[in-house]
Design a protein around this ligand. Sequence first.
Ligand SMILES: [Zn+2]
Length: 437
Amino acid sequence: MIDVATLLSDLIKIDTTNPPGRERAAVELVASVLGDHGIESQTYAKDPDRPSLVARVTGEGDAPALLVQGHLDVVGVTDQRWAHDPFSGEVIDGWVWGRGALDMKGPIAMMVDALVRLSQGHPPAGDIILCLVPDEEDGGQFGAGYLVTEHPELFEGVHYALGEFGGFPFVFDDVPFSFIQISERVGVGFRVTFRGDPGHASMPVPGGAMGKLGRALVNLDKKHLPVHLTPPTRLMLEAMAPHVSAPTRLAIRGMLDSRTAGAAVAALRSRLGRMENLFRNTATPTIVSGGDKVNVIPAEVTLTLDGRMLPGLDAVTMRDELAELVGVDCDISFSTEHSRMPAEPDMGLFDLLASAVRKMDPGRVPIPYMSPAITDARWFSKLGISCYGFTPMRLPPDFAFEATVHGADERIPVSALRPGSTAYLDVFQRYGRSAGT
Ligand SMILES: [Zn+2]
């Protein structure tokens, strides 16, 4: 039997801040824990310091293989004030402290424990494949991106995958929901170029490249891209509606009607918070470059935008939306490669995951959720795999989950670890056996 809290502490003590990641020691630790319990694993690496681990518990062949994936790298802690050392892995007052406790070494410790428990009992219907990767936090080229491109054979026959995030609590309209991630936005980078007459700074040229940049930034700050009601968000709203108060239900009804969705989202803005990002593409200015001499007016300045696009939409349409919002003379090009998420999520696994969450945390209402952020799901979905975010965590009702992920004082209750592992085990054992999966 694995002590899940100790495994998590040990994983946190291995600093896998990305960049540079250097996840090798964490992979070796998991490989040795699995090996101690009779589960073999293989590693695959683009960079020997940054391997991925793949382990498999063989099923009876009654269902396709189920992929369970997670990332061993973490984000940094620069400029954050922590109450305890973020890489100590200390257990204090019943919480395991440290970077990665939630995102996502905690869920990985649960996955490993569940896989070991699974291997000691009756074989599952289909193979359960555990895949732990480096580099999720910095693009995935060394981890999921590498595996999907160079070793697609590892995932042959896989129909569904479980990864981050989902199964964590979220209170909306005083209702304790639990999100199960069924889809996510994709990243699209834009480079916006503004041009104008150059000249000597002693003789100002109004309306030049800098002026256009300024007007564009003001528009990006004040205005929003149009509202789109996508199938995942529709599913989420429909699942929420029966549980919320009558006024909120009315507002949700407004959002579900494409003619009134824009106004309804605007009316509920203050209460939606980050959920507003589920209704539109977003483009956030992050880098400005231009000008290199104090007395020279530049002929050209560029603005880089971090774009996030809703599932089912296409990048060219998003670029047109952006040109309209920016509202000044400029060229907009793509600065990154971009993919598309399918418009319609495959809901075939939802009921099984929801029932596992209900067993773990009976007070919560599991609902489908689309993440405004991106995960490695975008890589695995290239292989036609339907990816869910399922990281079951029984957290206290007042715990600020989303603020703590990537923030200071990341931690998880020791008491959440075994129930999370049990929820995974429940899914592994029932996958391919219960109706609808
Ligand atoms: Zn993560």
